[in-house]
Ligand binder design. Structure first.
Ligand SMILES: Nc1ncnc2c1ncn2[C@@H]1O[C@H](COP(=O)(O)OP(=O)(O)OP(=O)(O)O)[C@@H](O)[C@H]1O
Ligand SMILES: [Mg+2]
Length: 406
């Protein structure tokens, strides 16, 4: 946790600055000062890791104080904020190291804080939500899960992949339900006692979105630790969520979570496409039957129209071994049809999957020893390049690592 002192004689802008900083987990607002002339003493008393000076109330006084501060405390990084570019430039000449132009948005503030605190030897301490900031370590990864037709197991896979990732204490994982109209990830992952904030509420407040609000929107499943951002509560609200909203929300979530799993709609909406673009890998879920496999071909063809999308696709066969869906299509035949290797197979296991869904718990909690959970465990290991130990009848993932050993 990094300690910050701020000075801003103008109450309204000081309050906005305070609210902005309160939304950032890795900083602590150690001291707040309303007079430039007292700030020097405040710094002496609090010895913060960073000083933030808003210049606009009285530029002359502010610049003079910065000059004094940088002489007396040469190691204290100073970040200045102003409407006035000239004043910002002068503050740099007086010894400030960083500046932000007013009005300051959360993302700009986060970038500036990360830079200023990181460059001063404290970046390893940065914690977000109890975990080392994902972006700080560069480890955040995004998995989009896309279905090749309705009911193929997209949500089942997304929820259980997310929960399996969340089970590793080194991870902070979140599931984002981007099936905006008909999403049901919150049925498979029942969360209680949280506010009903959905992605539509985030979209409505996108200009004022801060980490506090975002955190309140992320309901956590107690047993597994997986956080979930819900689909809009009303179907009519789905249209409120645009691709830019998805981009912004995912970028902010990447700061707090090491793994984001995205449950997509089957409509290839602009919001889905944004998620596909941002994802590191796209798991395309299919079953060994004609309609589903034909859609895999169509989807891969469609995605190849845009650079870098088709390359990220990994085909996962779900409900492998189910009589009802097999239609006698072998794995080899399926690979021939889709012209791509099958990356993973998840066995059919109705008892465990339905039981977990009814209980509102992921498999890792409900049936950790089940074949289907073991297979999902293997899928995670295959994706992240760790040795496969538990995927009894799934294809081994050796040599298929996407992100390398972590
Ligand atoms: N491996 C599996 N074994 C047995 N049943 C499964 C398996 N995977 C999914 N199912 C069942 O298939 C049904 C559809 O699954 P799910 O809701 O995950 O699919 P979906 O692709 O998200 O559907 P939608 O098109 O509604 O979004 C559910 O009843 C689920 O319990
Ligand atoms: Mg679904």
């Amino acid at each position: 946790m990094q300690r910050i002192a701020i000075v801003d004689p103008t109450e309204s802008t000081r309050e906005s600055l305070r609210t902005l900083l309160l939304g950032v987990d890795f900083v602590w607002l150690e001291a707040e000062c309303a007079r430039y002339e007292y700030f020097f003493e405040v710094i002496q008393a609090s010895m913060p890791d960073l000083a933030i000076v808003a210049l606009d109330a009285n530029k002359e006084k502010a610049l003079q104080m910065i000059g004094q501060l940088s002489v007396e405390h040469p190691n204290l990084p100073i970040l200045t904020i102003s409407h006035d570019h000239q004043a910002l430039l002068q503050s740099l000449q007086k010894g400030a190291k960083y500046f932000l132009t007013h009005p300051v948005g959360l993302e700009d503030m986060l970038a500036a804080l990360r830079r200023s605190l990181g460059e001063h030897g404290s970046s390893n301490d940065i914690q977000v939500g109890g975990n080392t900031s994902a972006r700080q370590t560069g480890a955040s990864s995004m998995i989009a899960v896309l279905g090749s037709r309705g009911g193929v197991g997209t949500t089942t896979l997304a929820v259980n992949l997310g929960a399996t990732l969340a089970a590793d204490p080194a991870n902070a994982a979140a599931l984002i339900d981007l099936d905006l109209s008909l999403g049901d990830a919150d049925i498979a992952l029942e969360v209680n006692g949280f506010e009903n904030i959905s992605i539509a509420d985030l979209a409505r407040n996108i200009e004022r979105l801060d980490m506090n609000f975002l955190r309140r929107a992320m309901a956590k499943h107690e047993g597994s630790g997986l956080a979930i951002l819900r689909h809009p509560l009303e179907i009519a609200e789905a249209g409120l969520v645009h691709e830019q909203h998805v981009e912004r929300v995912l970028n902010l979530l990447k700061i707090s979570y090491t793994h984001l799993v995205l449950d997509l709609s089957k409509s290839l909406l602009p919001t889905d496409l944004m998620a596909l673009r941002m994802a590191d890998v796209i798991l395309l879920v299919a079953q060994l039957e004609l309609a589903s496999l034909r859609n895999v071909v169509r989807l891969v063809h469609c995605l190849s129209g845009e650079e870098n999308l088709a390359e990220k696709v990994r085909v996962v066969i779900n409900r492998q071994g189910a009589d009802s869906v097999e239609e006698g299509i072998s794995l080899k035949k399926a690979e021939e049809v889709i012209g791509k290797p099958i990356f993973w197979q998840v066995p059919n296991d109705t008892k465990s999957v339905i039981g977990a869904r009814v209980a509102g718990h992921p498999l890792v909690k409900f049936a950790p020893k089940s074949r289907v959970q073991q297979s999902i465990q293997g899928l995670v290991q295959a994706l992240y390049g760790k040795p496969v130990t538990a995927a009894a009848d799934a294809k081994t993932g050796k040599g298929w690592g996407l992100f390398g050993k972590r």
